[in-house]
Design a binder for this molecule. Sequence first.
Ligand code: ZN
Length: 197
Amino acid sequence: MLLKIVQTGDPVLRQTGRTLSKKEILSPGIQQLVELMRETMRDAPGVGLAAPQVGLPLQLAVIEDDAEALSRAPKERLKSQERRGVPFHVVINPKIELVDPTPVTQFEGCLSVSGFSALVPRARGVKVEALDHKGRPVKIEASGWYARILQHEIDHLHGTLYIDRMHTRSYSTVENQARHLEGLPLKELKDLLAIKE
Ligand code: ZN
């Protein structure tokens, strides 16, 4: 069974999710939610899905950047994105620290802003402390694309979408991004779209 992914404009995407206790995490309801979110994310397909995106204001997100799917993507693109596979995992009640705040700007999309994409600057490296799907504390250190995914998903848990952080002039349909913008160096993109900052 797939869950319905809500789209921007739904107020649930603008709320801060509530934290979950260990007992709640181990409950059949949350365990089933994790399974359904995994299926929904894979079906979309996406590399992350946060509970508010399925209408639930909870501090829970699932993440997976499938290594097998990535092996079919162009190598140069993966390199420029600093992107490697990330196995499926769950982050609950996460606290994020930007350990390498160097901004990296890449095109980013969101399953709740369907059909669009934009340039979003993100910190290059982060450290996250969270609970996993069994309620156990975990520490994650990430850089590059994985750090971007974590920042994007944790933003969702605080009512923030990438459109709040994007270079507004780069906001583009996925089709036009692929047609006109894909693969261009940042400097050229900024010139082409007349992005000043
Ligand atoms: Zn999103």
